[in-house]
Design a protein around this ligand. Structure first.
Ligand code: DGL
Length: 269
């Protein structure tokens, strides 16, 4: 079982930021990644639809024999994690718990800003998780729907992105946030741009690296870590294939993703 792959799913290729962080931390792990590119984005869809998609994504990964499922999508974690944990026996890890723990690891964190898709902010999943762990926090959730397309267009350095970031972040800065949670798969790629528009003392917490650390601890506790020797393989499945997705996948992963398979969520792949 320890050599079985870890399964990851996301609405698209953004969840590869989580895969990359896990590859850096746990290079011996085999991984299967599913990106539901045929139906993205998830961030603007209703909770019911997200739950249905997340269920199909999870079943696909389980059919690949994974030892644990990582919901590498903030929107899917926000809406579907409790339901998935009820339905399936395989360990299921989301991105929210780890991000919240990391944000509150600083005992002085008091004013927390969250940027995410509309769906994640509306779910209040982050806001509830934060408030449950520490009383007296001042939490500001800011939907930032334009950031995903800007990252996908590779407009990271573009002045338009700076402008959009300022429109989203200035109100949070005015409210005196000390911590900003990057609650979306795509945002780690914006860290250099975010650093430019935010005051230097605002701490950034990204869900990819925090999730990787959380996953390592969970696997250790469950005695499910892969044997130390060897290098793990990554298998990427997408529900829609296009040249753009391949290029994007390379950018998110910072290396070639290998052959990408076309996934059909009806059962066969
Ligand atoms: N993966 C989504 C998330 O982390 C962003 C992209 C989408 O809206 O599907 O919330």
């Amino acid at each position: 079982m320890n050599s079985a792959p870890l399964g990851f799913f996301d609405s698209g290729v953004g969840g590869l930021t989580v895969v990359r962080a896990v590859q850096d931390l746990l290079p011996m792990e085999n991984m299967v990644y599913l990106g539901d590119t045929a139906r993205l984005p998830y961030g603007s869809k209703s909770p019911e639809t997200i739950r249905q998609f997340a269920d199909e994504d999870t079943r696909f990964l389980i059919s690949k024999g994974v030892k644990a499922v990582v919901v590498a999508c903030n929107t899917a974690t926000a809406h579907a994690l409790p339901q998935l944990r009820e339905l399936y026996r395989v360990p299921i890890i989301g991105v929210i718990e780890a991000g919240v723990d990391a944000a509150l690891a600083d005992p002085n964190a008091e004013r927390i800003g969250i940027i995410a898709t509309r769906g994640t902010i509306r779910s209040h999943a982050y806001q509830h998780a934060l408030a449950q762990r520490r009383t007296g926090l001042i939490i500001h959730g800011q939907p930032a729907p334009l950031l995903v397309p800007l990252v996908e267009e590779d407009w990271i350095e573009h002045p338009a992105t700076r402008l959009v970031l300022r429109s989203y972040l200035d109100p949070l800065v005015e409210k005196g946030i000390d911590t900003l949670m990057l609650a979306c798969t795509h945002y780690p790629l914006l860290i250099p741009a975010l650093r430019e528009v935010l005051p230097a003392d605002v701490r950034l917490v990204d869900s990819a690296t925090t999730c990787a650390e959380h996953l390592r601890k969970e696997l250790e506790a469950l005695d499910l870590l892969a044997p130390e020797h060897g290098e793990g393989k990554l298998e990427v499945h997408l529900t829609d294939l296009s040249e753009e997705f391949e290029t994007l996948a390379r950018r998110f992963l910072k290396r070639a993703p290998g052959r990408i398979h076309r996934a059909s969520l009806g059962g066969a792949s």
